[in-house]
Design a protein around this ligand. Structure first.
Ligand SMILES: Nc1ncnc2c1ncn2[C@@H]1O[C@H](COP(=O)(O)OP(=O)(O)O)[C@@H](O)[C@H]1O
Ligand SMILES: [Mg+2]
Length: 328
């Protein structure tokens, strides 16, 4: 099946409920390639979002300082389904990068490529290159445990362990042997309990949760509110000293107050960490990110640049339509 046909089908599914008639017209025009203007990349018709040619310069983004990630020609297939299509992008250090785009366009897939989480999905095939600080992560011999310590991840639904708040934070460092609070260590009087307490406090403070929970560190984490649980998951992620924090719609299950706290926190985290966040909330992306990458149907990176530029003056007409709410 050709790309354009598939894109059109997806698009149809997205818009079916609201404007079925318009979609039929759009599908026809797209399938015969009407309105392709290769000089500008802009469509000469108003028939929709599928007949625009993406230009290289829409994705060129020059920034100061070092790139944390350099991604080249990244393709991901799930079986026959082409979920990510030739994505190349450089992501700057110590900043917030937002990934936006309609549902199913490959945002989560892309995020998972950054710490090889897609390795866990049987049907997934990843081609291309992802370098962190100039080190290729898609090569033999890469230690995935170390990689995922460096590149931590926070998911849409908070997923604390059904353990105490303290144990949630200490779990990673204990497991990796960075601190030892085990029975043998205690019997030999070499236990790092004080070290653990310092770590727990530091991570909870860095995740803006300490003030709310310091009097109940031994309570079960599942008793916390959703927003607190999500900050706990961020604290847990910080406990193994990551360099990068990937967040996949971290606030989409939270109320506005809890969301605002997460957004403030992300802003603070970017001073020390590289944050890459998927969000379907456009205002959120505009508020919290330094640069924005827009993915559209077909798993294509269509536009990437300074967040103000992408939101106020996008090059792509489809991106403009998406941002202004015409589809997606
Ligand atoms: N584990 C998976 N197995 C098979 N297909 C998947 C899997 N995850 C995602 N996909 C497919 O890949 C495409 C991109 O999905 P995803 O990355 O989740 O998009 P987004 O996060 O932008 O909504 C979709 O067509 C989706 O159905
Ligand atoms: Mg997703």
């Amino acid at each position: 099946m050709s790309d354009i046909t598939r894109t059109t089908e997806r698009d149809s599914a997205d818009t079916m409920e609201t404007n079925g008639a318009d979609t039929a017209e759009r599908a026809d025009a797209a399938s015969v390639g009407i309105g392709d203007d290769s000089a500008t990349g802009r469509s000469s018709t108003t028939t929709g979002e599928t007949d625009e040619r993406v230009l290289e310069e829409w994705r060129e983004y020059e920034f100061e300082g070092d790139a944390k990630f350099a991604v080249e020609d990244l393709d991901v297939h799930y079986g026959d389904d082409h979920a990510l299509n030739g994505v190349s992008i450089e992501i700057p250090k110590n900043s917030v990068t937002a990934l936006i785009g309609p549902s199913g366009c490959g945002k989560s897939t892309f995020l998972r490529c950054l710490n090889r989480m897609n390795d866990r999905i049987k049907s997934a095939r990843v081609d291309g290159s992802v370098r962190i600080d100039d080190e290729e992560i898609y090569q033999d011999g890469v230690n995935l445990v170390e990689l995922r310590k460096r590149v931590g991840m926070v998911f849409q639904s908070p997923n604390p362990f059904p353990k105490s708040i303290r144990e949630n934070i200490a779990y990673g460092p204990e497991k990796h042997g960075d601190i030892d609070t085990g029975l043998l260590a205690r019997l030999l009087n070499r236990s790092d309990d004080a070290e653990r307490d310092r770590l727990v406090e530091r991570c909870l403070r860095d995740a803006a949760l300490w003030e709310e929970v310091n009097d109940r560190l031994d309570d079960n984490a599942l008793g916390l509110s959703g927003g607190q649980q999500q900050r706990l998951c961020i604290a847990r992620c910080l406990s193994v000293d990551p360099e990068v924090i990937l967040m996949d719609e971290p606030a989409s299950a939270l109320d506005p107050i809890a969301t605002a706290k997460i957004e403030d926190l992300i802003d603070d985290l970017a001073e020390e960490y590289t944050v890459v966040i998927v969000t379907h909330n456009m205002q959120q992306a505009a508020r919290i990110s330094d640069q924005t990458a827009v993915f559209l149907t077909g798993g294509e990176l269509v536009e990437y640049g300074d967040t103000d530029q992408v939101f106020e003056d996008p090059h792509s007409e489809r991106v403009e339509d998406y941002i202004t709410g015409k589809f997606g």
